[in-house]
Design a protein around this ligand. Structure first.
Ligand SMILES: *Cc1c(COP(=O)(O)O)cnc(C)c1O
Length: 391
């Protein structure tokens, strides 16, 4: 049954979106420059990790983000894994992480043998809520010279991972103060926020270490890819070493001084990424325009609010989100089905991490906002082409 709300949401979407159907949730923008760079890479004969484009891609990311060191990786998930290993996350540790995130953020903690400790998000940012986290830590953690510890489990609280949801920056000023107060390392999962900034710095460069993703659905893609960002030369060296099978030149060959990983980005993907980065300014303009159009189209809608961050000019607006009113949570499947019936690729947000089987028993704080958002968020088509951008 189509409710009035579902019909109004569909009408508003039709006012924003072109007539073409079906409209996927997110499509990359690929054109002649991508073809030219990939062709150049193919002609060089160096298509794997030793190729010339990886260094060029890393240099371009260094310039763009302002990070002192960039390590390009096979994907964002392995970038997170290597970043956590580099800062010393080890079996027995707990790592604070929002429950509202893509599963990769929590999985990377588990890959290290550590335990995710789920935290709630802010209604203003959709990222980690510093006030609620401070209250939780005050009640359930203690801090000594060695760092913070969970008083209930006795395990060290090693780090906080912040995720910039849908590209909107989290409240990094408050979160940096919190992690400094509690002796926590600060990791940014900036997988969704290439082009977003906070406190005049690119997201992913405000903590000890950060990561980006270049998956096919992100604002910029390398097919599959990721990057580790840090200003700390020691962390950069360690991350690069871990991602390169922990290889050390020895005579004519190599030795490996620990269990490393084959996580370095191939040159072929970096070539694609280099062309994509040149497009970033236009992609950002298109994304901001599309978000603006959605904002206007939903302005008078009763029963749902288009999510706007507090500083829209700092966001890349990677993925647009409509939030149903609390009294309309029951209409979520109706709204999704109505949009889908019209060929509009809308999606619910991720199932919260603490509701997944493998993390059901993980430590957590009250996750009121995460649970509420999970029942009310509708992600809307967000491809840059929807704002008229062409390759
Ligand atoms: C996309 C994404 C990642 C990394 O994904 P990959 O597909 O491995 O590149 C990590 N965290 C979040 C929040 C993401 O959206």
């Amino acid at each position: 049954m189509t409710s009035d709300l579902a019909r109004s949401v569909l009408d508003a979407c039709r006012r924003v979106l072109p007539a073409q159907r079906p409209l996927p949730l997110h499509e990359p923008m690929l054109g002649a420059s991508e073809r030219a760079y990939v062709d150049e890479c193919l002609r060089s004969g160096w298509i794997s990790t030793a190729g010339p484009f990886v260094e060029r891609f890393e240099a371009a990311l260094t310039t763009l983000t302002g990070a002192r060191h960039v390590v390009a990786t096979v994907n964002g998930t392995c970038a997170l894994h290597a970043a956590l290993l580099a800062i010393g996350v080890a079996p027995g540790d707990e790592v604070l992480v929002p429950s509202l995130t893509f599963v990769a953020t929590a999985n990377a903690i588990a890959y290290c043998g550590a335990t995710p400790h789920f935290v709630d998000v802010s209604t203003r940012t959709l990222g980690v809520d510093p006030t609620a986290l401070e209250a939780h830590l005050s009640a359930h953690a203690e801090r000594d010279a060695a760092g913070a510890r969970n008083r209930t489990t006795g395990r060290p609280l090693k780090a906080l991972i912040v995720m910039h949801t849908f590209g909107h920056p989290a409240d990094m000023a408050a979160l940096r103060a919190l992690t400094a107060r509690w002796g926590l390392l600060l990791v940014e999962d900036a997988a969704e926020s290439l082009g977003s900034s906070c406190l005049e710095r690119h997201t992913g460069t405000l903590g000890d270490i950060g990561i980006l993703s270049f998956n096919g659905n992100k604002i910029v893609t390398t097919g599959g890819g990721g990057a580790i960002l840090t200003d700390d030369p020691r962390l950069a060296r360690c991350a690069r070493h871990l991602c390169t099978t922990a290889r050390i030149a020895a005579g004519a060959g190599f030795v490996h001084d620990r269990v490393g990983y084959n996580y370095r980005m191939p040159s072929l993907n970096a070539a694609l990424g280099l062309a994509q980065l040149e497009r970033l300014p236009q992609l950002l303009t298109a994304k901001r325009l599309l978000a603006h159009r959605y904002t206007e189209a939903f302005a008078d809608l009763a029963g749902a609010t288009f999510f706007r961050p507090t500083a829209p000019e700092d966001s890349n607006h990677w993925l647009n989100a409509l939030v149903l009113g609390p009294e309309h949570a029951d209409s979520l499947s109706d709204v999704l089905a109505t949009l889908d019936g019209d060929g509009i690729g809308a999606r619910p947000v991720w199932t919260p991490m603490h509701q997944l089987t493998m993390y059901a028993n993980a430590p957590r704080m009250a996750l009121t906002n995460v649970e509420s958002f999970a029942r009310r968020i509708v992600n809307l088509p967000s491809s840059p082409a929807l704002a008229g951008l062409t390759a």
